[in-house]
Design a protein. Structure first.
Length: 277
């Protein structure tokens, strides 16, 4: 709020403030029309011609307003444009770094049949309890579980690989919340679906899974999550290393799973790892 007031006062006059406001509004209108075209093509399944005709009408009006406000860039219009550009760069950096991290995780995974065969050959003992591993991967055994077995030389009687997915809809109905798959004896994969406006509650979702037949002991369950430290590979170019360093800074300050998913802090074990990308 303090920065907003200081920025408003720094304009000095309502005319300069109107220039910044007009530039922000006209740019928003222009981008909204571009997004409308994408919705027409991707969601509504319109062909190219009708989508272009409909969005083109709005685009002509929006572009006229945007072009008129270009003359006000020096009078304060540069401020919303600069801020919007910075936000866009942050989003692109986050997407780039997150995809690089996910690709690296995928390399470190193992196919379920190979993992279970290795458990049997190594005679890994199963100990009482429930272990819940948070993972973004859905079809392979995540590196977090593989590393846990190699270090502990044991595995809980009930193991759950838990994946949380945020859908492109505001809310997911309770009846569609859970996907439950039994991979092997005592080994389950649960996918929990939330809408993008819903507050995720993992314990509540796991109670649903228990009602559907998954043998979860929520009182004694231990949650495991990875806390990765991204290390830039020296084989990368200087530009990619710079982008990854900025992503590392953002990733280090991102919200932790125990806070995001309403996981009991006393039951959460965070495993620190260094991942070279």
């Amino acid at each position: 709020m303090v920065l907003t007031v200081a920025l408003t006062v720094s304009f000095g006059s309502s005319d300069r403030l109107a220039g910044a406001y007009g530039t922000a509004v006209s740019t928003t209108m222009l981008l909204t029309t571009a997004l409308l075209y994408n919705v027409m093509r991707a969601r509504w399944r319109w062909s190219v011609a009708p989508a272009l005709m409909a969005s083109g009408l709005f685009l002509a009006v929006d572009f006229a307003f945007f072009a008129a406000n270009l003359f006000k860039i020096r009078e304060g219009g540069w401020i919303p444009l600069t801020f919007g550009t910075l936000v866009f760069i942050v989003m692109i950096l986050w997407h780039f770094g997150f995809e690089a991290l996910r690709d690296r995780h995928a390399v470190l995974t193992e196919r379920p049949d190979e993992f279970f065969a290795r458990l049997k050959e190594s005679r890994i003992p199963r100990v009482p309890g429930t272990a819940i591993f948070l993972t973004r991967l859905g079809t392979t055994i995540p590196f977090l579980i593989i590393e846990h077995v190699e270090q502990m030389r044991a595995l809980s009687e009930t193991v759950i690989a838990l994946t949380v997915k945020f859908e492109n809809i505001p809310r997911v109905a309770s009846r569609d919340r859970i996907e439950l798959v039994k991979l092997a004896e005592g080994f389950w994969h649960i996918i929990v679906h939330f809408g993008f406006v819903q507050v995720p509650d993992i314990p509540a979702a796991l109670r649903q899974a228990k009602d559907r037949g998954c043998p979860i002991d929520l009182k004694d369950a231990i949650y495991f999550g990875g806390r990765d430290t991204v290390v830039c590979s020296k084989r990368r170019s200087w530009l990619l290393r710079a982008r990854l360093r900025l992503f590392t800074l953002m990733f280090r300050n991102s919200v932790r799973a125990v806070d995001l998913f309403n996981i009991p802090p006393e039951s959460f074990v965070e495993v620190g790892r260094q991942i070279e990308v």
